[in-house]
Design a protein around this ligand. Structure first.
Ligand code: DX5
Ligand code: ZN
Length: 235
């Protein structure tokens, strides 16, 4: 028997859901027991795909109590932060590659009363975020190149997650901000096989899109994922 609580948060990505039936697609993951809704905003410029923007997030906000985790895959996100803040997002995640004044951007998000996160593409080194760990609530390690759902997990990212976990521990020891907890999120190709690997490396917020939406029974699938993570962590 395994216990119910794996300490892992699951963020359902709606990118591969059926947009015609968005309301019922969201109810489906709510009932399945996810902790967050992960919203992929793409501009056809930072990434080769276009998805949704603030008006849809406003609709989502009115239709769910789930925590709204907004992943901005857009050029120069500073220009549009106010729209996303006003849309009802709970957390705003910017890509480090697009923020030359990352400290300022993260402070802006936090001063607006939102949680702030920063994302790194697979090829972007961790040193990009080393000096903002005191500001962020979460760091997102992309485990695919951003732009599309349904891609294959990049295994080399496991090493990067381990390094980030160690970096955060060091930060807690050596900075005066000793209580600071920083979540480690992973996004791309996460399923029942890869989830235990990333959780074992230190990730605690797992974005899952295709795996949940292609499952016949999302609630059962998520339960199995949590149980498998617990088994791996307790071995
Ligand atoms: C990729 C997006 C992901 C993606 C995850 O650019 O940021 O959130 O939708 O989808 P799966 O789980 O299908 O890889
Ligand atoms: Zn995403």
């Amino acid at each position: 028997m395994v216990s119910e609580n794996s300490g892992i948060k699951i963020a359902a990505s709606i990118l591969n859901s059926n947009f015609i039936n968005l309301a019922s697609e969201i109810k489906k993951v709510e009932k399945a027991g996810v902790e967050m809704l992960h919203i992929d905003v793409m501009d056809g410029n930072f990434v080769p795909n276009i998805t949704i923007g603030p008006p849809i997030i406003e609709c989502l906000r009115k239709n769910t109590r789930l925590f709204l985790d907004v992943h901005l895959m857009i050029k120069k996100p500073d220009r549009l932060l106010d729209s996303f803040i006003e849309s009802g997002a709970d957390l705003i995640n910017v890509h480090a590659e697009e923020c030359p004044h990352l400290d300022r951007t993260l402070n802006y998000i936090k001063q607006a009363g939102k949680k702030a996160a920063v994302a790194l593409n697979p090829s972007t080194p961790l040193c990009f975020i080393e000096n903002v760990l005191g500001l962020v609530d979460m760091v997102l390690i992309m485990t695919v190149n951003p732009g599309f759902g349904g891609q294959k997990f990049i295994h080399d990212m496991v090493y990067k997650i381990r390094k980030l976990k160690a970096m955060i521990e060091d930060y807690r020891i050596y900075s005066s901000n000793v209580k600071k907890c920083v979540d480690i999120q992973v996004d791309g190709g996460i399923n029942i096989d890869t989830a235990p690997i990333v959780a074992g490396a230190g990730a605690n917020v797992l974005v899952m899109g295709t795996a949940i939406y292609e499952s016949d029974d999302p609630a059962e699938y998520i339960k199995k994922v949590r149980d498998k993570i617990l088994m791996v962590k307790t071995i």
